[in-house]
Design a protein around this ligand. Sequence first.
Ligand code: TXA
Ligand code: MG
Length: 339
Amino acid sequence: APVVEATSEGISMAADILRRGGLVAFPTETVYGLGAAVFNRHAVARIFEVKGRPADNPLIVHVSSRAMLDGVVRDVPDTAGHLMEAFWPGPLTLVLRRSRRVPSIVSAGLDTVAVRVPADPVALQLIRLTGQPIAAPSANRSGRPSPTTAEHVVRDLGSMVDLVIEGGPTQCGVESTVVDVTGAVPVLLRPGGISKEAIERVIGRSLSPAPASGPARSPGTKHQHYSPACRVIPVEPCGWAEALLRVRQAGGQIGVVARTTPELLRETVAYYRRIPGDETEYARHLFAAFREAEDAGVDVLLVETVQETGVGLAVMDRLRRAAAVEDVRIYPEEAIRGN
Ligand code: TXA
Ligand code: MG
């Protein structure tokens, strides 16, 4: 796919392509998105094709303003309004009642629609110039880690997109938080860039957890997700010695993503990355590390767990999905036997 810099010429070229029904990958503050003009159902259908995305997994609609939102949703409940004021533009996606103007394919047939105002100025300018909202999932092949650089997009989707806007590495590194505000109680469907705690402070109550099944559950969360081409094994900070021992016995190339652990392992593994700092920093680099480990030929990637506070909740959600395990406290032996 052609790649353009995020200059005003580049962005207006991209908007032209979207207006004519093409697909454009663009940076947001969370991850790169694969966009189509929301009112063009054929273009939206191509998103599902190009990603290999299951037809029952709805897309997020990106708008540049509250005014643009009016053409997309039927109403904005008070709670939703408060959250928009507090967190937009930013990595918070709200599920609202869908306007009939929005093609049902965008929402995979649901009568709700997920919407957000991205904080990245390139994304905002692209929406404004396109003159309508942009439907966009993350710009990866379905099931792969979300792309945090333009290069990740090119590697996954190559010639299948019409244009990629190069906007550098994304700020947040994990996707937006998804909250359903259509019912009496707001439901956290997917943890993400805005913390649960911050949302609860604004609404003055606790978010309900996503139900284990049923229509209120974010459909995308039931599919396997975020998996690099190597096995991922979460390791608690105190579990490194045991984890390495077990994994060495099983054989294969080992990779390590660590946060607190000293760099003792660096010389003895095929891939080593230390991400120091807090969970925000960890979130920013996690998906890139997955892909680097893949490139290094790693078979088994040991990834240090973080506390589930702030963005750490999103990090652990993605880590658990990548590893296809439910329990956070994974002991390597069980994880190995499980496969
Ligand atoms: O940060 C992000 O959210 C990125 C950037 C590009 O904006 N986008 C993203 O899109 O992560 P995607 O398609 O990878 O994830 C969208 C999530 C899925 O879990 C999907 O099931 C959920 O949002 N979703 C979308 N519409 C929904 C709806 N109407 N009801 C419930 N969940 C919905
Ligand atoms: Mg995605």
